[in-house]
Design a protein around this ligand. Structure first.
Ligand code: GLN
Length: 480
């Protein structure tokens, strides 16, 4: 039963062919058997999960995820269950409330099995900056699952849960999805509430699903999307029925291949797989043309000013006073701040705080922060122009397949480059999706990225479904 996609499991649970307790127990056993190797979970909550499963089995009212075991990235608040964002500074922090996305999953009947590993505060691309553990790629245990939602991607790939949520600031859902052979969707900024999401860079952060199939991703997005009174930036835009148009195919769909996304340093096999995906969609009735997003080359630099600037502000709240780690034996308030932060934050987070504080400081603010915001506008305009001619943009999600653990740890810039194809989407606030598309000659997953117009997740899902239908990778599961 662990090989069922989420939607099929949900229908078996609805038909009472399976009980939530037996499915949840199967997930817990699978986690016990495989997670010592994979390291996807920071925390499993067997009692909480089983009691939610029992309640689901006993309850007559049925939500769309009734009784379905899922996992949450550990930067999404879970009432009564420790939430660390992968940082020592939040070790032991038990939130009093649920994030809106957590509450919506619960209201839909989902069973939350545990919290998954991530780069500290979601800053990273390999899940290696977690203060607690390294997660391995279930398809190749010596390799990274990607990041920062590497735990969620690995848990779904390893069949430990039927779906998971992650967050994406510059690629953290799509890139690990690509590296772990699962579907990952970053919604339009504002589509999903950020209330109760541990903030990294607020103007870029979005929560979204990691799933085994496109239909599963659609189902999870359906549950979490929509206006939330607790997040003033959540958009008051109608949420369509994503499943309704999923099988409509791509006849007449105009697809753009951005010239600038076939970058130097890209694995030629990945580039070839994306051109193949374009051919597949063309054969299914889409038209494909080249488009240009001319300011792409400035996106990485702009992102690494804006994201750290927002992080330096957001992370000012970790002061050792209100929650999380508090340094011992200090006499002065200033020492409390300094030592709590010095002890609680890891090296990558400190690097980001310093970069961001510098970029915002008097005298540099205009040269860095304001400039980066201007570049951001140009990037958004590039997409607006491209979308005058095409409905979706197709590219790779990650320039390479999963790399070896440790390989890029001494070279932050090499690590930052792993988001070069995903972060422009966040700068522009657009929805992006990664769908498995090929297997490399080395036996590693390759993901195709689809980027859409604002609030047009439905078209991304439909195009991804068309691609998924043509591929024969469904039976390709990790040998664990
Ligand atoms: N790797 C990028 C960063 O470190 C993106 C991370 C993310 O999307 N959360 O900022």
């Amino acid at each position: 039963m662990l090989d069922l996609p989420l939607w099929a499991l949900a229908s078996k649970l609805a038909g009472k062919e399976l009980t939530s307790v037996e499915v949840t127990q199967a997930c817990l056993s699978r986690i016990a058997a495989t997670d010592p190797k994979v390291g996807a979970f920071l925390r499993v909550d067997p009692e909480g999960a089983l009691s939610a499963a029992r309640a689901a089995d006993a309850s007559a009212s049925r939500g769309p995820l009734h009784g379905v075991p899922v996992a949450l990235k550990d930067n999404l608040l879970t009432a009564g269950v420790e939430t660390t964002a992968g940082s020592q500074i939040l070790a032991g922090f038990v939130p009093p409330t649920d994030a809106t996305v957590t509450a919506r999953l619960k209201a839909a009947g989902a069973v939350i099995v545990g919290k998954t590993n991530l780069d500290e505060f979601a800053m990273g691309s390999s899940t290696e900056s977690s203060a607690f553990q390294k997660t391995k790629n279930p398809y190749a245990l010596e390799r990274t699952p990607g990041g920062s939602s590497g735990g969620s991607a690995a848990a779904v790939a390893a069949r430990q849960v039927f779906g998971a949520l992650g967050s994406d600031t510059g690629g953290s859902i799509r890139q690990p999805a690509a590296l772990c052979n699962v579907v990952g969707l970053k919604p339009t900024w504002g589509r999903v509430s950020r209330s109760g999401v541990v903030a990294y860079a607020s103007s870029l952060d979005q929560v979204g699903p990691l799933a085994r199939s496109v239909r599963d991703a659609a189902l999870l997005l359906q549950v979490i999307a929509g206006r939330d009174a607790h997040d003033a930036t959540s958009a008051d835009v109608a949420v369509p029925d994503f499943a309704a148009t999923l099988e409509d195919g791509v006849k007449g769909l105009r697809i753009g291949l951005p010239r600038e996304y076939f970058v130097e340093g890209m694995d030629p096999e990945v580039a070839a797989a994306i051109r193949d995906a374009a051919k597949t969609l063309e054969a299914a009735g889409a038209t494909v043309r080249e488009v240009s997003l001319p300011h792409t080359k400035h996106a990485l630099a702009a992102y690494y000013v804006i994201a750290p600037a927002e992080a330096s502000s957001n992370l000012a709240r970790y002061d050792g006073v209100r929650f999380g780690h508090r340094a011992k034996d200090v006499k002065q308030l200033k020492d409390l701040y300094e030592r709590s932060r010095a002890e609680g934050f890891g090296p990558e987070v400190k690097r980001r705080i310093m970069l961001g504080t510098f970029a915002l400081s008097a005298g540099y603010h205009d040269a860095y922060y304001v400039k980066a915001q201007q570049v951001r506008t140009l990037i958004r305009r590039d997409f607006d122009q491209a979308f005058a001619d095409v409905d979706v943009v197709l590219s790779a999600a990650s320039p390479t397949c999963a790399w070896l653990l440790g390989e890029k740890l001494d070279d932050p810039l090499a690590m930052y480059l792993m988001d070069v194809l995903t972060l422009p989407t966040n700068l522009a606030g657009l929805p992006g999706l990664s769908v498995p598309t090929a297997k490399s000659s080395g036996g590693l997953p390759i993901g195709a990225q689809l980027i859409g117009k604002p609030f047009d997740e439905a078209t991304l899902l439909r195009a991804a479904r068309a691609l998924e239908r043509e591929r024969t990778l469904d039976a390709w599961s990790p040998a664990l």
